[in-house]
Write a protein that binds this ligand. Structure first.
Ligand SMILES: Cc1cc2nc3c(=O)[nH]c(=O)nc-3n(C[C@H](O)[C@H](O)[C@H](O)COP(=O)(O)O)c2cc1C
Length: 214
């Protein structure tokens, strides 16, 4: 059993990476082989509309024909048993790197047939982890859940399933005193860091365990 996590944050040891690490810890505790990919380490682009993955009889049908730093990662992802995507919310969406990754990971498997079939050859469990500044109530009020649900629908179309984990009101700066940040209620941020984030980490570990046992 192989579980791969994809960190769509430029930071390798902050909120998103920490939660993805907990998912992998949970999976590893159930015996899975795990791998973390930091997308910002890789030189790659989003889909370039070559349509090799859609060309009738083409050798790259249902596969991404682009050749760059993501190519070996996509090959390993096609062999994995569980894929966990993780992204901070940037401007109400996933980060640019995560969006580019999703285009390359998902589009080749989305057939333009009437049945809207998935061309993904295997069986895989999928999950998406989000971290963000806003509170859970603000996440809903501001419509972030529309974007989060839309991403989940694409993963479900390709892989047949997608669990979502959201971590809100995250700790954004090492030192709030050094940045212009009076918009934030720092006391609430500290409480969230001390009380809510550990609960998010525990939920992430349970998610990792579920991915393996399901
Ligand atoms: C460029 C940028 C844009 C952001 N936009 C949003 C946003 O629209 N909504 C939000 O709630 N948080 C936003 N944030 C905050 C991050 O989502 C939040 O701090 C997240 O937990 C960071 O993840 P990381 O610690 O893994 O890097 C933004 C942060 C950056 C750097």
């Amino acid at each position: 059993m192989k579980v791969m996590a994809f960190n769509g944050s430029p930071r390798k040891d902050w909120n998103t990476a920490t939660l993805l690490g907990k998912v992998l810890e949970g999976a590893a505790a159930r015996g899975a082989e795990v791998e973390m990919i930091h997308l910002y380490d890789l030189a790659f682009t989003g889909c370039t509309s070559c349509f090799a993955c859609k060309t009738k009889g083409g050798k790259s049908y249902a596969r991404c024909a682009a050749r760059d730093g993501l190519t070996p990662v996509l090959a390993r992802a096609a062999q994995a048993d569980a894929l966990v995507l993780g992204s901070p919310v940037y401007l109400a969406c996933v980060t640019g790197e995560m969006k580019s990754f999703m285009e390359r990971l998902l589009f080749p498997y989305l057939a333009y047939d009437k049945a809207r079939s998935s061309l993904f050859p295997g069986k895989v469990r999928a999950a998406f982890v989000y971290t963000m500044n806003v509170t859970e109530a603000e996440m809903k009020e501001r419509g972030y859940t529309v974007h989060i649900d839309s991403n989940a629908r694409f993963l479900e179309r390709v892989f047949g399933n997608c669990e979502i984990l959201t971590a809100c009101d995250t700790w954004q700066f090492a030192d709030y005193g050094r940045v212009v940040s009076d918009y934030f209620d720092t006391g609430r941020k500290i409480r969230s860091r001390q009380e809510t984030f550990p609960a998010d980490c525990a939920a992430a570990a349970r998610l990792g365990e579920r991915l393996v046992s399901a």
